[in-house]
Ligand binder design. Structure first.
Ligand SMILES: Cc1cc2nc3c(=O)[nH]c(=O)nc-3n(C[C@H](O)[C@H](O)[C@H](O)COP(=O)(O)OP(=O)(O)OC[C@H]3O[C@@H](n4cnc5c(N)ncnc54)[C@H](O)[C@@H]3O)c2cc1C
Length: 369
């Protein structure tokens, strides 16, 4: 099996396939884990990010979140290193009457969906998180929404792939080679053909640029820019212990004194510049929720490209050419969806399972007659 792309998704698929005893080669043109996965905040947040009209995606997200603790334990055992897993829960907060009304609607929607959320008095929220700004109007707790460090996670996944006999090679892939309706392998930028019985295209938002994919795939994928900051508390951890979400920003603790403050959602093509306006807005919103943010040291400013799709759900499974599979388009949820994506595709590659049709990469192909 050749997996194109060593992001959180490609590595999760590779690890599962290698655990089934398949021979796995991961091809990555840059640093493993250095694509969008390097920028991700790492929220495992099916409840706080639930959208009522996206029930199928919600079911997939909840299934993946349920797997997380066991998946992390197995991963750490295989890799022999940590992942920054932080089972911390999430607080959603509102600063004024309008935000409180909107948050209350969001809470009611989640309750109707059967998701675990609790309304908290602001005083109770400040007992839980004493650094919260005074004067908050409402808080809602999502106790099952947690966080992980996506950079540590990718390193652990790479270690686990190798521990199971998989290989990583630095190579830039031009496209998928197809012969007689079957996958023959991948064609590298330098023209070489690497043969394989199965190919998994997991190149994130750049999957669209690969040659040889069925029509419809490229049109279904688009980059959605997100900017964020990595902040550090010189005094160590403790300012905030849960993920904090306001209407216009989130703050994710890493558990070691670092905090990720994000994230904008912008349609700007492949532009990855960091802008003063975005940083200003994020910092202003975060200081309003958690005044102590203004004392933190700015360690990094970053922009990444979420692999967005037409319906916000990933492209997972067989791509219409024998032996070709897609695992891309995870938009805002690639880290959350890594366990289930790896499991579904890894099992399908080993012939012991099938990916549900709802996520078929072929769902966007229109018949051109
Ligand atoms: C600001 C921001 C915040 C986010 N926060 C969260 C969050 O809190 N929770 C969450 O679940 N998700 C979050 N996401 C989304 C998440 O980051 C993505 O869904 C996820 O990283 C996608 O992983 P991937 O493996 O598909 O892609 P990538 O991580 O981009 O990996 C693809 C890899 O393929 C390689 N590649 C590309 N083309 C080629 C080629 N031709 N040949 C060889 N290699 C190639 C790239 O170099 C890259 O390493 C966030 C995203 C952003 C931008």
């Amino acid at each position: 099996v050749i997996v194109i792309g060593a992001g959180v998704i490609g590595l999760s698929v590779a690890w599962r396939a290698a655990r089934h005893g398949l021979r796995v080669l991961v091809l990555e043109r840059e640093r493993p884990g250095g694509g969008t996965s390097h920028v991700a905040a790492g929220m495992i947040a099916p409840v706080s990010e639930a959208v009522a009209s996206e029930r199928t995606l919600l079911a997939l997200a909840l299934a993946s979140a349920r797997r997380y603790p066991g998946w992390i334990a197995e991963l750490q055992a295989d890799a022999g290193c940590e992942t920054g897993w932080l089972p911390c829960g999430t607080l959603m907060v509102a600063r004024d009457g309008d935000e409180a009304a909107a948050l209350e609607r969001e809470r009611a929607i989640r309750e109707e969906l059967g998701l675990e959320v609790r309304r908290l008095l602001p005083s109770r929220a400040r007992e839980l998180e004493p650094a919260l700004a005074p004067g908050l109007r409402l808080a809602v707790e999502a106790p099952q929404d947690h966080a992980v460090d996506p950079r540590a996670l990718c390193q652990a996944l790479l270690g686990a792939v190798r521990a199971r006999g998989g290989e990583l090679r630095r190579a830039s892939v031009a496209g998928v080679a197809v012969e007689g309706g079957n996958v023959a392998g991948v064609r590298l930028d330098d023209g070489r053909l690497l043969p394989a019985a199965a190919v998994v295209a997991a190149a994130g938002v750049w999957t669209a640029a690969l040659d040889g994919l069925p029509p419809g795939v490229a049109a279904a994928l688009r980059p959605v820019k997100g900017q964020l900051l990595v902040l550090r508390d010189a005094a160590g951890p403790g300012l905030l212990t849960r993920v904090l979400r306001g209407e216009r920003c989130y703050v994710v603790p890493r558990g070691d004194g670092r905090y990720v403050l994000g994230g904008t959602v912008e349609e700007r093509g492949f532009d990855r510049s960091v802008t003063a306006g975005a940083l200003h807005e994020l910092l202003e919103s975060a200081v309003g929720l958690l005044p102590g943010v203004s004392e933190l040291v700015v360690e990094e400013t970053l922009a990444g490209l979420r692999p967005g799709t037409v319906d916000n759900a990933p492209l997972l499974g067989p791509a219409g050419v024998e032996g070709l599979h897609l695992a891309c388009g995870h938009y805002r949820h690639g880290v959350l969806l890594a366990p289930i994506s790896g499991e579904l595709l890894g099992d399908a590659l080993a012939g012991v399972g099938e990916v549900p049709g709802e996520f078929s990469p072929q769902r966007f192909q229109v018949a051109l007659r």
